[in-house]
Design a protein around this ligand. Structure first.
Ligand code: FPP
Length: 238
């Protein structure tokens, strides 16, 4: 029986963030090139996006390419960029059919022109879809975003007092609520410069399962774990 039936429908997280890790190791363990793992990873992106839309998650934010990923071998960077373009081209119809909005955080202008244009097209076409937002973090890092926010604030003469709200509103994630749940696959237990400000009170879920193996049931497992957490936000409960 699917774990889906065990979910408490009143406690579905509004925002789930994911560090999709382990594609390379997954491929290597099968004697295949790393890029094979990324291709299989795209299938999980599709699967988990569909599940999120089905169960009512409103924001799914995926760490697809960090500012540090540029230091990978050129062929891998190129493969990831082409995968991005081909996936968007292939999935646009499905995004439209399922009323899903494609959005990005990160400095996408610095991506190869083809990837950038394809993202702009995808974002523009889906901009009025309101069932769920699929947010891709691309050429993104938490520190990059924090520094950017500081620069924006410094250059805005109207801002006299900086508080938490002003700061949050200056981040690239300004239009999203903070993630309720962060999932990281592949056994690594760290944040790797992801959503550093936004994850302050998120529940963290780490699993040894590598991203290409992280399927619908694994996601439900993470959600069930999340639903059993006692979220206090620094407060006490009577
Ligand atoms: C981490 O695995 C994964 C990435 C750096 C990229 C994730 C990208 C995809 C799943 C495909 C592109 C995404 C979209 C939305 C089209 P890793 O390479 O760090 O694995 P390793 O830790 O085993 O080396």
């Amino acid at each position: 029986m699917s774990l889906y039936s065990k979910l408490d429908q009143t406690k579905i997280p509004e925002h789930v963030a994911v560090i999709m890790d382990g594609n390379g190791r997954w491929a290597k363990s099968k004697g295949m090139p790393r890029v094979y793992g990324h291709r299989e990873g795209v299938k999980r992106v599709r699967e988990i996006t569909e599940v999120c839309a089905k169960i009512g998650v409103k924001y799914l934010t995926l760490y697809a390419f960090s500012t540090e990923n540029w230091s990978r071998p050129a062929y891998e960077v190129n493969a990831l960029m082409s995968l991005l373009v081909s996936t968007i081209d292939k999935e646009l119809k499905t995004l439209m059919k399922n009323n899903v909005r494609l959005e990005t955080i990160g400095d996408i202008e610095k991506l190869p022109e083809k990837s950038y244009k394809s993202l702009l097209k995808g974002k523009d076409l889906t901009k009025n879809n309101d069932r769920m937002a699929l947010v891709l973090a691309l050429n993104y890092s938490g520190r990059w975003d924090i520094l950017n926010a500081l620069k924006k604030i410094k250059n805005n003469a109207d801002i006299e007092i900086i508080d938490s709200e002003i700061f949050s509103n200056s981040l690239s994630t300004a239009s999203y609520p903070d993630p309720d749940l962060l999932i990281r696959t592949s056994g690594e237990i760290r944040l790797s410069n992801y959503l550093l400000w936004e994850l302050a009170y998120s529940e963290l879920y780490f699993t040894d399962v590598k991203w290409p193996d992280f399927k619908e049931e694994n996601f439900y497992e993470a959600l069930l774990d999340f639903q059993n957490r006692d979220r206090r936000f620094g407060n006490v409960k009577e």
